[in-house]
Design a protein around this ligand. Structure first.
Ligand code: CA
Length: 217
């Protein structure tokens, strides 16, 4: 799952990025409101974590402008303690949830999972297809009753495809999900990961749609 973090404090932003990455999210991080609006409009994220006090335009303004464009992805707002007025403004302005700083990464990760799940109308985060079961929260994959070790990137690819079951996902979309804005990604990287997933879980789990992408169906 690809998450946009908007946080101008370098220390906190870096902490959020590192922490959420460890929980299996692909993280892109921006420090300004206008950049965030642009990215939210033109890039594909699964959710965003939005700080309110930003150097150019306020986070509440980002939220408002983004929401007036249409529905959009789940957004979790980070607020300062005791700023009850801010919280109300955000929830009424279209935030899906909020957390008070200082943020506990485990709680943030758990809440993001809830938001993503709620959006899909599922009551559990666990994704299943045939004998394969993926638990994003526990970061665990099973084939039948056997636990299978996937690398973090293999896990992300499987997660993305299971999450979009029945839809073809292009190589470029998978790259975005796995690498975010990371540069110099090997052009064969996704292919190699898919190959390794098939080796571990069986060849039939992921199907190749030639010239288009990959699908789990
Ligand atoms: Ca701030």
């Amino acid at each position: 799952m690809r998450i946009l973090i908007v946080e101008d404090n370098s220390l906190l932003g870096e902490g959020l990025r590192a922490g959420l990455s460890q929980h299996g999210f692909t993280i892109d991080w921006l420090q300004e409101g206008r950049q965030a609006l642009h990215a939210l409009r033109y890039e594909k994220f699964d959710a965003a974590v939005l700080d309110l006090g930003l150097p150019d335009i306020d986070g509440a303004q980002v939220l408002l402008e983004y929401r007036t464009q249409g529905d959009g992805i789940p957004i979790l707002v980070l607020t300062a303690r005791n700023a009850i007025g801010q919280k109300l403004v955000c929830l009424e302005g279209g935030a899906d949830d909020y957390l008070i700083k200082p943020v506990d990464i485990r709680e943030l990760a758990a809440r993001l999972h809830v938001l993503l799940r709620r959006r899909e109308g599922r009551s559990t985060s666990v994704l299943r297809h045939a004998d394969v079961e993926l638990d994003p929260h526990a970061h665990r994959v099973r084939l039948g009753s056997e636990q299978i070790d996937l690398s973090p990137r293999e896990f992300k690819i499987l997660h993305t495809l299971l999450h979009s079951r029945g839809r073809v996902i292009s190589k470029e979309q998978l790259e975005q999900h796995v690498y975010g804005w990371e540069t110099d990604v090997d052009s064969n990287a996704v292919q190699v990961h898919v190959h390794n997933i098939r080796r571990k879980l069986g060849h039939d789990v992921i199907q190749t749609v030639r010239g288009v992408g990959y699908i789990i169906d």
